[in-house]
Each structure stands twice: as C-alpha cells, then as structure tokens.
Ligand binder design. Structure first.
Ligand code: ADP
Ligand code: MG
Ligand code: MG
Length: 492
C-alpha cells in the first residue's frame, strides 16, 4: 500500500447497511470457526453447552510493514535473551530473590522464588526449560515529524494466550476482504497486505519439541488450567493440533485436581497423573497470578510439578525471568550486553534496545520524586500478569503517597508509549451492535525456546502474531479482562 497512508483516516466510512452486513458476516464466521469464548452463563449440569463469539474488530488495523518485519526479526533475539536470563541463577536471585530482590517485598514472587531455591538445593531432575513467549508492542508516535517507531510493552513468559484465536481473527479479516472486499471502501487494500498467521502450528511445534526432547513416546502433555476458564477454545485448539499433527495426547487439570492426581516417582522423578499417564511437558495456562494459589497446598502442587523430571513451560526460573523488574533491569547499562554479547551481533543488540521505553525502579535514587514529577507520561507496574494491575498518570501521585517505602522495590516506572492519534475501528462484542471508536492496537509476536541442555544451545523460533485493540480512553488492554477485542493487521 502507498506510504502516504494516514492513520487518522482509518477506518474507512461505511453506510449503516454495510456495517450491519459486515457485522453479520463477521460474527457468523467467528461462530463457525471457533473464534469463541464459553458463555458467561454457568451451565447446569456443569458441562459447557453454549459459547459466544470472541470480541472482535470489523477491520484489521493498519501497521507499518517495516515495523512488523522488525518485530518479527526481534523475536529470535528475545527468545535467546530470555533463555539466557532464565538460566542465570545468580542474576535471578539478585533481581527477583527473597534475600536481595523483589521477593523480599512481593509475597507472590517470594513464594515462587523460595520454592525454586529449595528445589535447586535438592538438585533438579530436568535441565531443559520450554518457553512459549509473547512480546507485546505498541506503535509510538514520538515527537511531531518523527517516523512511527515500535516500542515494547512487556515480554510474557507464562500463559501467553490468544495464539490460536489470533490466527482465526486474521483468517476472519482475510475472509471479509475476500467475500465482500469490504465494499471497496478502501480500494488500496490488497491481499498481500494481510500477512499470514500460523500461530497454532508454531506454538504446538514448541510443545512437540519439548515432548521429543523428553524422549518417551507414550508420555502425555499436561495443560494446567484455571477452574472456570472461559477462554478454553484458545487452549483446546492447541490440544487438538497436538493430537492431529503430532499424535501427542493432552491431560487437562486444575491445581485442585492435580493436588489429588499428580505424583512424582521418588527414584526417577517421572511425573504421573492418576498413577499411570507419564507427563513429558507441563504447559501452564494457570499459575501466573496469586489468586491461582489461594492456599499453601496450591504452591505445594506447583512445586511438586517443578520438582518432577517433566519439562516445564515455563519453569519457575523462566516465569521469574518474565517479571517487569527484569524488563527494567535490562535497560541498565551493560546488562543486555552481558546476556547477549558474543552471541548476537552488536547491531541486533542495538535494534533490541531501540524497542524499549525508559524505565526505572521506584527504589532507585530519586525513583519516587522522578515518578511524581513525570506522572503524566508514566505507568507504574508491579510484578503481576493478566492485566488490571498498573497505575497510570494522575493516579500515580496519590498511589506513591500511600506506598510503604520498602514496597518500592516491587514496582517499576515506565514511560508511556504514545500511539498514533485518531485511528478508529468498529468493535463488536457478543450481543451488541458494532461500535465505532478511537482505538489503540497492541501487536504481540509469539515465539518459543527450548533450552538449558548441556551444550547451552537454544532451539527457538518466531511463530506468529496477535493484535488486540482497545478503546483509546482505556489505559489497560487485555481481551480476557474485557478491555480489548481481537484484531489483525493490515500492512501499510
Ligand atoms: P500485563 O502483564 O498485566 O498484561 P502490561 O505491561 O502488558 O501488563 O500492561 C497492561 C496494559 O497496559 C498493556 O496491554 C497496555 O495497554 C498498557 N500499557 C502498559 N505499558 C504501557 C506503556 N509503557 N505505554 C502505554 N500503555 C502501556
Ligand atoms: Mg500485557
Ligand atoms: Mg503480561
């Protein structure tokens, strides 16, 4: 498409009839292709019997081709970087541990770290770690006249979701284009502007690589899930692909179920479920938030899995590596070079650093006064995942007033990314008409890495992408939290 694309002229205008027809095409396609959430209505008996389409956008969102290429290119470097962080015990102890690091003041991080430390002291049975990652970005407009740049929001190392649904959303927009050509309201749109998205096969390839490395054909993969999860189709689609393409069976259980069913062989440390099925790989779609651990027994179950010889996706080390504190410490001089120097060309390291906003710890010298003074352009983040935990702009000063000084160590300040203004889209939530709103779109790039073996090598790959779009007045994103809708890309 032409380089003269104007973000503020998106989306193209539709008549009411066109919008209604497109909404019908879109929701029908979504329902027919598993772009779904379980219905919020609890079934009786508790066997799911209805679903709603996932929230979605009618148009894909424009994204500069060169920045999409950049994001994909960066993924391999990020895969290697986080593999190296997760295997640097000394670094993780210092940054996230309970003696010197965040674990001192953040109970959740402290619990995970303490459990991990005890297991390390005992001796680990499985050197390999698997990561299914998602690196998230926003477009940054910067100063007037500057070209748009790509800036990282965060790097997820646990429960990175919406891989399979994002593949379906990309297919949805390709379908709308093919079937209606979007009524030719934007004649510049070309098939080549809709990039392919094969995230399902890619993520499953990562799980299958771990399974193969475990080297016991009859073993199964364990999905650890939350009770009452409504985003089940996103997970099940991975399960179906594992069986269909790789003949690998999946067992799906919650921490509560695993407390009764999981056991570790004292001699071999093989993990079994129900006394029979041996597990090659534990894939966590739970365990990333303190509410997944309401009692000490839930932590005990996590540590039982961790102690086993199964490959964990992620290991506790890799989960801790995904902390926002780690993201901030990486921006300090020399830290990135320490992890990647020698392994990755300097130009690639510079490119990675170029994707970062300014960050500092609230416990740094002048950390709090700086955050207070710059509040209008900042977000504060704790060591949490899953959305809804950050403190933005004008809420920052009163928050700082109330924050006990020791807890500053658990929070980072991050400069706000400023996306291009005036971009809109038509958003559709189940049961409502399409709504035209000004939006911000967040790109996620998926990748996996299998690492930790004797030779220090990292097997890794970039495997696809996701776009989540939210109303511009919402600070937070998150589809599961109800702020965002699933979207895809139109390269411009
Ligand atoms: P979580 O791990 O809970 O998803 P994030 O760091 O992704 O935490 O923050 C949640 C949301 O807050 C993001 O999806 C994004 O919409 C917004 N956000 C986070 N950091 C920034 C930033 N630096 N600039 C602008 N928005 C941000
Ligand atoms: Mg996020
Ligand atoms: Mg996150």
């Amino acid at each position: 498409m032409s380089s003269a694309f104007s973000f503020s002229e998106w989306p193209p205008a539709l008549s009411e009839d066109q919008l209604e027809a497109l909404t019908l095409y879109a929701t029908t396609y979504a329902l027919a292709h598993g772009l779904l959430y379980l219905s919020p209505v609890k079934p009786q008996p508790p066997i799911p019997n209805s679903a709603i389409h996932a929230p979605l956008s009618v148009f894909p969102s424009p994204f500069p081709r060169r920045l999409f290429s950049l994001a994909r290119r960066l993924q391999s470097t990020y895969n290697i970087l986080y593999a190296r962080i997760a295997t640097d015990v000394e670094f993780l102890d210092k940054v996230m541990g309970s003696v010197e690091g965040v674990g001192k003041v953040d109970d959740f991080v402290g619990q995970l770290w303490t459990g991990w430390k005890a297991l390390r002291d005992e001796g680990t049975a499985q050197p390999l770690h698997l990561g299914l990652f998602r690196s998230d970005y926003l477009l940054h407009a910067g100063a007037p006249g500057e070209p748009l740049s790509l800036k990282q929001v965060e790097f997820n190392t646990i429960s990175s979701s919406f891989g399979t649904l994002s593949q379906r959303t990309a297919a949805l927009h390709r379908y709308l284009y093919a079937s209606t050509a979007y009524y030719n309201v934007f004649p510049d749109m070309k098939p080549a502007d809709f990039p392919p998205n094969d995230t399902t096969a890619g993520l499953v390839e990562g799980l299958a690589a771990a399974h193969a490395a475990y080297n016991f054909k009859e073993a199964k993969i364990l999905f650890v899930v939350q009770a009452g999860e409504r985003n089940v189709f996103d997970q099940r689609l991975l399960e179906y692909e594992l069986l269909e393409k790789h003949s690998i069976h999946v067992i799906r259980q919650t921490f509560d179920e695993l407390a009764l069913s999981a056991s570790v062989d004292p001699a071999t440390r093989a993990l079994s479920i129900g006394g029979t099925a041996q597990i090659s790989t534990v894939y966590f779609r739970a365990g990333y938030t303190p509410t997944d651990y309401p009692t000490a027994a839930h932590y005990a179950t996590r540590f039982l899995l961790e102690r086993s010889a199964a490959i964990k996706c992620p290991s506790i080390a890799l989960q801790l590596a995904g902390g926002k504190k780690v993201q901030q410490v990486l921006t300090q001089p020399g830290v990135l070079e320490r992890f990647l120097g020698g392994a990755v060309p300097a130009a690639q390291i510079a490119e990675l650093r170029g994707s970062w906003m300014g960050m500092w710890g609230l416990d740094a010298d002048q950390g709090v006064p700086r955050a207070r003074a710059g509040a209008a352009g900042l977000v504060l983040k704790p060591q949490r995942e899953g959305g809804g935990n950050n403190v933005y702009k004008e809420a920052i000063p009163p928050f700082l007033d109330a924050l006990p000084a020791p807890e500053r160590q658990a929070w980072i300040a991050m400069e706000l990314i400023v996306p291009p203004a005036g971009t809109g889209n038509y958003l559709v939530r189940a049961g409502s008409d399409a709504e035209k709103v000004d939006v911000v779109s967040e790109l996620g790039i998926f990748g996996w890495a299998l690492f930790g073996g004797q030779h220090g090598g990292v097997q890794e790959k970039e495997v696809g992408w996701l776009v989540r779009t939210k109303g511009k007045d919402s600070n937070e994103g998150g589809v599961a939290t109800g702020f965002s809708v699933l979207d895809s890309l139109l390269l411009v």
